[in-house]
Design a protein. Sequence first.
Length: 167
Amino acid sequence: MAEARPENDQTTVTGIYEEHARFVWLTLQRIGVKPTDVADLAHDVFVVVQRRIGTFNNTSRMTTWLFAICLRVAANYRRRRTFSDAALRVHASEDAVQPPADELLERRQARADAERVLARLSLDKRAVFVMFEIENLSCQKISELMGIPIGTVCHSPGGWGQRSPRS
């Protein structure tokens, strides 16, 4: 007689969803997915989970595996968004109220500077940066979420963690 599994068992997609949906949602937000797109991308993550559940071998934590899936889904999203954002700008209405030209120039320059800096970072480093600098997560929490040594997070040459770690 087969033993019944609990519905939230982490070997089922339903169980993984019930246990880790919030983690996936927050991870996508932290790595730069627009709030209006998080729900769609979270769905995409769990579609990947459904397809790849047989490849999870328990050698890492479930959150580490999910984090890697989130990174790949977000990278694909960024590539698609870059093209669609450019198309939207081309079709934007010229009747929209515009701030003064000098303010627009400053904003564009600041955005371009930030995008240049962030573009130089790998998706993993960007995720660490966002979690530490924007989300104010501790080095320990980032280490756990990413499945990397705490020294990699807090003592990196890039300077993250140079100030005292937050709890």
